[in-house]
Design a binder for this molecule. Structure first.
Ligand code: 13P
Length: 249
């Protein structure tokens, strides 16, 4: 019912050579046609990746976007520019953008709307810090981040969003949420989406991110409300990323 999505967020890593390596490996890999797979490289690699991924099942994604359509915003890119390079998915609200570049819920909403207006799919990232989890506020924090966007979208827009739950304490730390911890938050997110629309809640894809790797992917992806993964470090090694794609049950 929900097509799994495995997305590799390269962050500020990779090279043209890595783009080529992924293109070659994925053009001959044995992969299920019933999952979506995407690589989100740094922006300068989009053109090369568009060409390298042509004969592969890989979709292309971007890690950020400016909410404005054009103008004097030095260093920024618009959603329509991403669209010109065949981008399908765009991250928004990643914890690194929230903490390092001060993107608050309002900024996250504006970007989500710009992505949707360009006909692209936002991957809305949400997640709590370790202190927030220890204080028992995980659900409140995560659901507030979801509602900050979903309250402002209309019914048609909501169904085009992908949500990625990424506990901040699990990102790049090697410390993964247990399948039970991740499933509990995913179930809470889906229940919250059900307050908007049951049909949308049952079809919207919820990804898990945070130290997902080939060793733990299968049991995380086997959880009933985990519909895919947002992979950081392990998406930089073609064999590891392939193994994760192949572990979707
Ligand atoms: P790691 O897989 O390196 O923990 O990164 C997760 C992430 O932030 C993906 O967006």
């Amino acid at each position: 019912m929900r097509v799994p999505l495995i997305a590799g967020n390269w962050k500020m890593n990779g090279s043209l050579a890595l783009v080529e390596q992924f293109g070659q490996a994925f053009s001959k890999a044995n992969l299920s046609s019933s999952i979506d797979m995407a690589i989100l490289p740094p922006l300068p690699y989009l053109a090369a990746a568009q060409t390298a991924f042509e004969e592969t099942p890989l979709w292309l994604g971007a890690q950020t976007v400016n909410p404005e359509p054009s103008g004097a915003y030095t260093g920024e890119v618009s959603a329509s520019m991403l669209s010109e390079f065949g981008v399908r998915y765009v991250l928004v609200g990643h914890s690194e953008r929230r903490s390092l570049y001060y993107e608050d819920d309002q900024a996250v909403l504006a970007r989500t709307q710009a992505i949707l207006n360009a006909g692209l799919t936002p991957i809305l990232c949400v997640g709590e810090t370790l202190a927030e989890r220890d204080e028992g506020r995980t659900e409140a924090i995560v659901l507030n981040q979801v509602k900050a966007v979903f309250d402002a979208l209309d019914a048609r827009e909501r169904q085009h969003v992908v949500i990625a739950y990424e506990p901040v304490w699990a990102i790049g730390t090697g410390r993964t949420a247990t399948p039970e911890q991740a499933q509990a938050v995913h179930a809470a997110i889906r229940a919250c989406l059900g307050d908007y629309d049951e049909q949308m809640a049952s079809t919207l894809r919820l990804l898990y991110g945070g130290s997902m790797k080939r060793e733990n992917a299968a049991e995380l992806l086997a959880q009933p409300d985990i519909d895919g993964g947002l992979i950081g470090g392990a998406s930089l090694k073609v064999d590891d990323f392939l193994a994760i794609c192949q572990s979707v049950g």
